[in-house]
Design a protein around this ligand. Structure first.
Ligand SMILES: [Zn+2]
Length: 249
């Protein structure tokens, strides 16, 4: 397993080693930028940190050595995590990864690939089993104050599929109503790591390969009834353009 490229940033906010084995990876959302997190974690007054931060551009920053507990998951509030050790600070037996962005963001492909590589490396170096109790969201530890960490945008299904071996299924595809939607389509595909683009046939049927993608982003035209569809369609091309613009943010 190749170690991903990690840029050391450092933070004064960590504990001395407590002698616990790291049992789990805890995923977080920054609700902000990577640069903002770098400076917040560098500030002793913030009293918070994580081991890693992953930017939307795929950059991985490290703030705390894995031998030291970071200050990311201290508060336990109505937890739903079965491996929680009663009476022990969860920071002592977890590795934490922050992700740039907000909890409703669609994770860019570069960020996804970086966090996937980081998860794979941590799983191997720390011997962490790939289960829903060993790779968790912060909300499993604090379901009251951290209910949206990492939030609805976090790609749990895709991450577990890839960590459990992965396959050749297309993860994201963009479906255009006509070729006229091409430029809107390239912007949408670019936001998803330049994923595959399909155009509906002249009878407006949907290519089978597009339907087999894990997520299908539809630019213009009616619903495809794909189980994981993002429908960016209005009643006319102007409304569709507005829906695309809103999606692209
Ligand atoms: Zn969090």
């Amino acid at each position: 397993m190749e170690k991903p490229t990690i840029i050391w940033k450092g933070s004064p906010n960590f504990s001395s080693p407590k002698g616990y084995k790291i049992l789990a990876i805890v995923d977080h959302i920054m609700s902000g930028t990577l640069a903002g997190t770098d400076s917040w974690f560098a500030n002793p007054a913030s009293k918070v940190s994580s081991h890693f931060g992953v930017g939307k551009n795929g950059e991985i920053h490290q703030y705390v050595n894995l031998e030291n507990p970071a200050w990311a998951n201290g508060g336990v509030n109505n937890p739903s995590w079965t491996l929680l050790i009663p009476g022990v600070n969860p920071n002592y037996y977890t590795a934490s990864i922050e992700h740039e962005g907000n909890s409703w963001d669609v994770m860019p492909e570069a960020q996804y690939q970086a966090t996937l590589a980081l998860h794979r490396w941590l799983i191997e170096t720390l011997s962490i089993p790939v289960t829903r109790d060993n790779i968790i969201g912060h909300y499993r530890i604090d379901s009251i104050n951290k209910a949206n960490c990492p939030g609805t945008g976090f790609p749990w299904e895709r991450l577990f599929d890839d960590l459990q071996g992965g396959n050749d299924v297309l993860n994201v595809a963009v479906l255009l109503f006509t070729k006229d939607d091409y430029w809107a389509g390239t912007d949408v595909a670019g936001k998803n790591g330049n994923c595959a683009i399909f155009v509906r046939s002249s009878d407006h049927s949907v290519p089978a390969e597009a339907m087999s993608a894990k997520q299908l982003i539809v630019v213009g035209g009616p619903t495809t009834k794909h189980p994981n569809e993002v429908l960016l369609s209005g009643n006319d091309k102007y409304a569709t353009a507005a829906a695309v613009a809103k999606y692209l943010g």
